[in-house]
Design a binder for this molecule. Structure first.
Ligand code: SF4
Length: 347
C-alpha cells in the first residue's frame, strides 16, 4: 500500500522520512509543497533531488481534492461539493467578508448527532473523514484563492459532522493548519465548533490554541435535548461547566452559536434565560436565523425578533451579533448540497 502523505503533519513527515533514511529538513520542504504550494504531484517538487522524488512517487501517494460542483452566491459565498474516493460527498463553504476569507470545512461524512434543525443530521452518519480528505478542502480553497491573488485567512470546523467525534484526524489537521511549515494560521483564526462533546472539548482546547464554538441553541435541558440529542449525554450543567474551564488564550472568548427558530427558542424570555445561563463566561454570541431547508420544519424568525433577542444579550453585557445569512440563493446550510445530491442520485 502506498503511504498517504497528504494529511501528515510535520512531525509525522519527519518520522516517515527519517525511517527512509532522509534528513529531517526534507520534511519541511515536503510540507511546504503539500500545504503552501499545493503541489499536485512529486515531479514538480523541484527543490527535492530527482532520485528522492522518484522514490516518493514509487512508495507514496498524494490524494488530491476532487471538486464535483461549485455553487456561487450573489454575495460572493461559494459552496464546494467534494467527491471522495469511495464515492461519498462532503461540502465546504467559502465566505468572503471584509478583511477576511473564511472556509467552513466538513469533518465527517454525515453526522450521528442528529440535531433536529440540521440537514446533515438528517443524512445520518456515514463515516469519519481522513485528515487527507479534511485538509484537501483547505488545499482546494487555498489554491483557488491563490490563483486569484487572494488568501485564506480563517478556517472553521462548522461544516458536515461533529469534529470532536473525529478527534484524532481533526487534531492532525489542526497541526497542519497551525504549523509554520503548513498553512501557518494563527490559532485565533481557527474555530472548532462542537455540539457539546464535553471531555474532548476540554482536551482539544488544552492541546491547541484554537477558538472553540459551542452550538447551544437552547437555554434549558428539555428543549436542548429535544433539539440536540447529545444534551442527554452531556446536559447543560456539564456543558456550561466545561465552557468555564476552556483556557482562553490572550483574552479570547468562547463563541456560542444559537440558531434562532421561530416560536421555538427565539422569545425575549428565552433570551433572558440564555443570558442568565452564560453569566460570568467570556462569550461572543452568534445569533443565526435558521436557514430553511427541505429536511426540517423550522422557520426563521423575522429580523425584528432576532434583533430583540440580541438586545437582551447586549443589555446583559454580552457581545452578541445577529449573523447575516450568507449564500441565501445557494444551498448554504451545512449538508444541503450533499443531501440534495443524494436525493437526485437516488431518484
Ligand atoms: S449541527 Fe453539527 S453536530 Fe448537529 S447534526 Fe448538524 S453537523 Fe451534526
Amino acid at each position: 500500500m502506498p503511504v498517504e502523505l497528504k494529511g501528515m503533519p510535520i512531525g509525522e513527515l519527519e518520522s516517515f522520512l527519517f525511517s527512509e533514511g532522509k534528513e529531517r529538513f526534507r520534511a519541511r520542504q515536503l510540507s511546504r509543497w503539500l500545504y503552501q504550494r499545493f503541489a499536485d504531484d512529486f515531479s514538480g517538487m523541484t527543490d527535492l533531488s530527482k532520485p528522492f522524488r522518484e522514490k516518493l512517487s514509487g512508495g507514496c501517494t498524494l490524494t488530491l481534492p476532487s471538486c464535483d460542483l461549485i455553487e456561487g452566491s450573489s454575495d460572493g459565498t461559494e459552496k464546494y461539493l467534494f467527491r471522495l474516493e469511495d464515492g461519498e460527498s462532503v461540502e465546504s463553504v467559502l465566505i468572503p467578508e471584509e478583511g477576511r476569507t473564511t472556509l467552513c470545512v466538513s469533518s465527517q461524512v454525515g453526522c450521528a448527532m442528529r440535531c433536529g434543525f440540521c440537514a446533515t443530521g438528517a443524512i445520518g452518519f456515514k463515516r469519519n473523514m481522513t485528515a487527507a480528505e479534511i485538509v484537501n478542502q483547505v488545499v482546494f480553497a487555498g489554491k483557488r484563492l491563490k490563483d486569484a491573488n487572494q488568501c485564506l485567512t480563517n478556517v472553521v470546523f462548522m461544516g458536515m459532522g461533529e469534529p470532536l467525534e473525529n478527534y484524532d484526524e481533526v487534531c492532525r489537521v489542526l497541526d497542519i493548519l497551525l504549523s509554520v511549515y503548513g498553512f501557518h494560521l494563527a490559532g485565533k483564526r481557527i474555530t472548532v465548533s462542537t455540539s457539546g462533546v464535553v471531555p474532548r472539548m476540554l482536551s482539544l482546547s488544552e492541546r491547541f490554541p484554537v477558538s472553540i464554538a459551542v452550538s447551544l441553541n437552547a437555554a434549558n435541558d428539555d428543549l436542548r435535548s429535544e433539539l440536540m440529542p447529545i444534551n442527554r449525554k452531556y446536559p447543560l450543567k456539564e456543558l456550561i461547566g466545561a465552557m468555564r474551564q476552556i483556557p482562553l488564550h490572550r483574552g479570547r472568548k468562547v463563541t456560542v452559536e444559537y440558531v434562532l427558530l421561530q416560536g421555538v427558542n427565539d422569545s425575549v424570555s428565552d433570551a433572558r434565560d440564555l443570558a442568565r445561563l452564560l453569566r460570568g463566561i467570556p462569550v461572543k454570541v452568534n445569533l443565526i436565523p435558521f436557514n430553511a431547508h427541505e429536511f426540517g420544519d423550522f422557520v426563521s424568525p423575522p429580523r425584528s425578533v432576532a434583533d430583540a433577542f440580541r438586545d437582551v444579550m447586549v443589555d446583559a453585557g454580552m457581545l452578541a451579533i445577529t449573523r447575516s445569512r450568507r449564500g441565501n440563493d445557494i444551498s448554504a446550510a451545512c449538508g444541503q448540497l450533499s443531501a440534495g445530491q443524494k436525493e437526485s442520485a437516488g431518484s
